[in-house]
Ligand binder design. Structure first.
Ligand code: G3P
Length: 216
């Protein structure tokens, strides 16, 4: 399973990259706004800055919601860097846009996916990745990881090449469960990635080793 970080914060992207386990980045308009990035030039420059840190797919989301707007915007985003993946919302015009990008050799990430039916449509249109939002599904008392498992099984049964990118990750346990059910990629906040490091027995064991090392 590949690890992406779900943020537009350059310091956090650098920190995850320095761990040596980072495979890519996902952003969205909310994450970009959180960093105070305003205006077209600043947005483009920010994606360039991210691509300079991470040598892997960087999802950049369109803001338009009509076919022509998404294609025009996506073309500009894709021209920034070879690693840019155009992120398109799961709506009718979005499916048409994903098909257009597929036919024109541009990678896409279909976002805001909450059902297996939506994931099938995205795969039919040729999306490179599909992003089910598992944390938001859990928020409604459904089981987000079960949806990941269902989509993985459908894609395997049907031979779809679209990768399952588990998004809206809220905890290290989400990452572990997504790995268990065969997600291709998890996109996570830095806290969930570093949370995987934690175990009290590791801390206790290391303290003992360090204490005993004084007697060497
Ligand atoms: O990748 C999608 C993600 O940014 C949404 O996460 O925590 O806002 O549900 P969240």
């Amino acid at each position: 399973m590949r690890f992406f970080i779900d943020t537009a914060n350059l310091d956090q992207i650098k920190e995850a990259h320095d761990l040596g386990i980072l495979d890519g980045v996902t952003t969205n308009p909310s994450l970009m706004a959180k960093e105070g990035i305003k205006g077209q030039d600043a947005i483009m420059q920010h994606y360039r800055d991210i691509c300079a840190i991470v040598d892997g797919p960087v999802s950049a989301e369109v803001i338009s919601t009509d076919f022509e707007g998404m294609v025009a915007e996506g073309k500009k985003l894709a021209a920034i860097h070879d690693n840019i993946v155009v992120k398109i919302p799961m709506i009718k015009d979005g499916i048409k846009a994903i098909k257009w990008f597929t036919d024109n050799g541009i990678q896409t990430n279909c976002t805001l996916v909450f059902s297996a039916g939506q994931a099938i449509l995205a795969a039919k249109a040729g999306a490179t990745m599909v992003s089910p939002f598992i944390g938001r599904i859990d928020d409604g008392s459904w089981d987000g990881v079960k949806l990941i498992e269902q989509i993985v099984n459908i894609y395997n049964a049907q031979g779809f090449m679209t990768e399952v990118l588990a998004a809206s990750i809220r905890s290290p346990l989400h990452i572990v469960r997504c790995a268990e059910v065969g997600a291709d990629i998890c996109t996570c906040p830095l806290s969930s990635i570093t949370g995987l490091l934690k175990h009290p027995l590791t801390d206790i064991g290391l303290a003992q080793f360090m204490a005993d090392a004084k007697n060497l």
